[in-house]
Design a protein around this ligand. Structure first.
Ligand SMILES: Nc1nc2c(ncn2[C@@H]2O[C@H](COP(=O)(O)OP(=O)(O)OP(=O)(O)O)[C@@H](O)[C@H]2O)c(=O)[nH]1
Length: 342
């Protein structure tokens, strides 16, 4: 398995490089995921003419670079030294516009993968089959199969049969782009197995059904427990963050408080009971992260209990959860202090 220490670039950051042909959607993805731009507003984005680099602080410090589609990557460039660039990045994310004729993109991605892999064999190669909102369910699957097959064949022709390429169906108009970026960023987190173990322990000793460790600003989850992710559960938990921020804004001095780290402030917590009895639980962590979980509290046979006794039981169980989450937060702090990528 790849060691994440190999992904640290000169600035000690995990770097993601976004590439793809013109108008495939690279800037839109950056704006929607990292700057909360409304997807429809991306219609007015101008074509990018120079490479851009943005930095984000989350559990790890992350840099996202975008190479404009109009640059011919294989021509000498004033903007970057491609050899240095590829040797310093953790993940290459290549975006393919699935609504457009994509054969050129497939040849382009294969050439880039060959080049990148030769310079940096540890690089993660991720292909986004993007703008799938315009395709029917059946056609999405056909397109994915076709692209995977053709990319596989091209790489085989180039003698690169061992290269691991991951494919994701994405759109900025739903949560698929967040899910894809969550999985990509997780590959750059050295401590991920340890984090997952801790989250599994939380599930084991509490009434959690599912836990996500979210980056509050982007709604990317940097870790989750080992049970499979169901997109609806993700959506409910991600939207709960917005609700919490809005509510906090009503009662506190500013919603941005949740995004900032202030040791003197108490961490923000929010609990909400859904109609089906499930409880949504949010607890602010370190570095702009929040633990968001679905909790199912089982009151057992309540026929002989008064409403007050039932409520007291729920309160007790929530206090135990609070205590355990605080212990998790301390472990997270320790983990981050000794983290290799900061
Ligand atoms: N339907 C649909 N349109 C999208 C999606 N993502 C981006 N777009 C649209 O695609 C167009 C091009 O998007 P950009 O983000 O400017 O593309 P780019 O790859 O950065 O383009 P260059 O800067 O020229 O390299 C815009 O009109 C976006 O609104 C998507 O998921 N679905």
């Amino acid at each position: 398995m790849q060691s994440a220490s190999d992904l640290i670039n000169k600035d000690n950051k995990a770097t993601i490089l976004l590439m793809g042909l013109r108008r495939c959607g690279k800037s839109s993805i950056c704006k929607v995921v990292f700057h909360n731009m409304q997807p429809l507003d991306t219609l007015y984005l101008e074509s990018t003419s120079k490479p851009t680099k943005e930095e984000f602080k989350s559990l790890i410090d992350l840099a996202v670079m975008e190479l404009p589609g109009q640059l011919n990557f294989f021509e000498p460039s004033n903007f970057y030294d491609s050899e240095k660039l590829f040797s310093s990045i953790g993940a290459l994310v290549y975006v393919i516009d699935s609504q457009d004729e994509y054969l050129n993109a497939l040849t382009n991605v294969s050439m880039i993968v060959e080049y990148a892999y030769r310079i940096n064999p540890k690089i993660h190669i991720e292909v986004l089959i993007h703008k799938i909102d315009g395709l029917s369910e059946d056609f999405r699957m056909d397109t994915q199969r076709d692209i995977m097959q053709r990319v596989g064949d091209e790489l085989l022709d180039l003698g690169l049969e061992g290269v691991q390429v991951s494919f994701y169906l994405t759109s900025i108009f739903d949560h698929s782009i967040y899910e894809a970026f969550s999985r990509i960023i997780q590959k750059l987190i050295f401590e991920l197995p340890a984090l997952e173990n801790l989250l599994d322990l939380l599930i084991q000793y509490n009434k959690f059904e599912k836990i996500f460790l979210f980056d509050i600003n982007s709604k990317i989850y940097v870790a989750t427990d080992s049970s499979p992710v169901d997109i609806q559960t993700y959506e409910v938990c991600a939207e709960f963050i917005d609700v919490t921020i809005d509510l906090d804004g009503l009662y506190e001095t500013g919603a941005e408080k949740l995004l900032l780290e202030d040791k003197n402030n108490k961490p923000i917590k929010c609990i909400s009971k859904l109609k089906n009895g499930t409880i949504l639980y949010l607890h602010q962590m370190i570095r702009g992260l929040a633990l968001v979980a679905l909790v199912r509290i089982d009151n057992g046979d309540t026929s002989n209990l008064s409403q007050k006794e039932i409520d007291d039981n729920v309160k007790t169980q929530l206090s135990i959860i609070d205590h355990n989450v605080c212990v998790f937060k301390k472990s997270l702090e320790k983990m981050w202090e000794s983290s290799r990528i900061k």
